[in-house]
Design a protein around this ligand. Sequence first.
Ligand SMILES: Cc1cc2nc3c(=O)[nH]c(=O)nc-3n(C[C@H](O)[C@H](O)[C@H](O)COP(=O)(O)OP(=O)(O)OC[C@H]3O[C@@H](n4cnc5c(N)ncnc54)[C@H](O)[C@@H]3O)c2cc1C
Ligand code: FES
Ligand code: FES
Length: 486
Amino acid sequence: MSELKNQMCNTHILVNGFDYIRPATIADALAALADHPEAKLLAGGTNLVVDMKLEAKTPPCVIDITQLPELHGFEISDAGVDIGALTSIRDIATSRTLWDRSSCLAESAAAFGSTQIMMMGTLGGNIANGSPASDTVPALVVLGAEATILGPTGERTALIVDLLKGPGEIALHDGELISRVRIPQAPAHTGSSFLKLSRVRADLAKVSVAVRLVRDGDKIVNARIALGSVGPTVVRAKKASSMLSDRPFSKDLILNAARMAGDEIKPIDDVRSTADYRKRAAVALVHDALLAAWERASGKTWQPPMDVSQDEWAEPILQQRMAMNVGTDDSATIELIINGEMMEIDVSPNELLLNVLRERLELTGTKYGCGIGECGACTVWLNGTPILGCLVLAISADGGEVRTIEGLAAPDGTLDPIQQAFIDENAFQCGYCTPGMLMMTKKLLEEISEPSEDDVRDYLKGNHCRCTGYASIVRAVRLASGEAKA
Ligand SMILES: Cc1cc2nc3c(=O)[nH]c(=O)nc-3n(C[C@H](O)[C@H](O)[C@H](O)COP(=O)(O)OP(=O)(O)OC[C@H]3O[C@@H](n4cnc5c(N)ncnc54)[C@H](O)[C@@H]3O)c2cc1C
Ligand code: FES
Ligand code: FES
């Protein structure tokens, strides 16, 4: 075992080797899980690869499930919404259907700390990671969501709340995976809300709260309250929920229920907050979330805080690649189209896309900053989506199309208007964060042609500038969009 074990230090590489298996079918994935009981499943990798870098997890085998079509997709029916486990957090945050039907889930996804992480991270991964700070889990609990689980004995379903076991643990049996998540259709006059308090915008929750209530005129028919980051798992405030059921709405009732919820939780002091602060903040959040849910249950129209024009999610880009099984000490030849040019590269399972780009292909415009998904310096596009190269196994990008900062200017060298706007606004000092900022801005302007300052700050929340030149960066983005000129 490497000397780095458990030192919470970070390297730019994955120190430990592992076998890499990419099954083409669910049956093959389940067979691989049965053959390799110590294996870890790889979805978006935003938890797993970080844990592997920090050597908190050292699986001998990684099973890449990203290409399994059964785990993708989104179905809406009168019975509810059925969401593939590999659906990205960003797709949930921008789904009109979810904002309309299950607003607390869409809100919880929108509250994630980084746009790239939202684009890479999946719903299944957020649940299976078992963190009490997983943002979607309180929402799934109050919505009564259930997981479809596939395993050696077939298929079973379980309420999300029944899967919660302890920090980093969920109640999956050996050889099982989550394939889908179903949100049952709520009764008429249901409202829900999610609120999160964190140290900064790009951070995990100090406290999070999800609330769902059903109203009948001026009466609360029933209510459910769940809280994140205040216990070893996401917890329900059962007494506060009962206090609200079948009672006429009043501001005093809401306040008393919020206080009761605060009494029910037993948070701890940790790096993000103190137990005392968490308890007091929880009371305020439960109070505000209940009021918001009550308003929404009245059926009044309200505007989601982000662009949710999307009615149906795009088909996932499955790269149609061959199944793969590569041993720890072996390598495989992968194909990547990089800035329009097809390349074949031999990679080992533990090589990261960032390192392949920088060190093997000498595309050094993409930067290495934190190495654990927190700074955005390594942002490149994979199949049209900005991702963090430091958290992507190169082998799993096989068959994909990569665009780096070197591919932003026109082939004749003419700068992209975004690059020109950054120059015009002096939107850099040392320039280290600039490639990542530019790659994110390119996508932002593709999605929102005239972003407001809030849109820009929210979209770039996962890109950090150590020179703190944010004001000029925001100006440059708006200049590039034409908005600032108007
Ligand atoms: C910088 C940064 C910011 C973050 N911010 C937030 C935030 O604001 N809110 C938040 O909630 N989280 C946050 N996270 C955590 C993480 O992004 C989410 O938990 C994400 O949803 C994980 O999904 P994934 O697909 O990347 O999971 P992976 O890393 O691929 O997997 C996580 C775990 O779940 C298992 N797993 C994955 N899919 C399945 C499945 N279908 N069935 C069974 N097991 C499975 C894996 O084996 C692994 O153990 C952040 C992470 C980083 C690095
Ligand atoms: S180097 Fe990848 S996010 Fe910091
Ligand atoms: S310009 Fe130096 S890190 Fe942003």
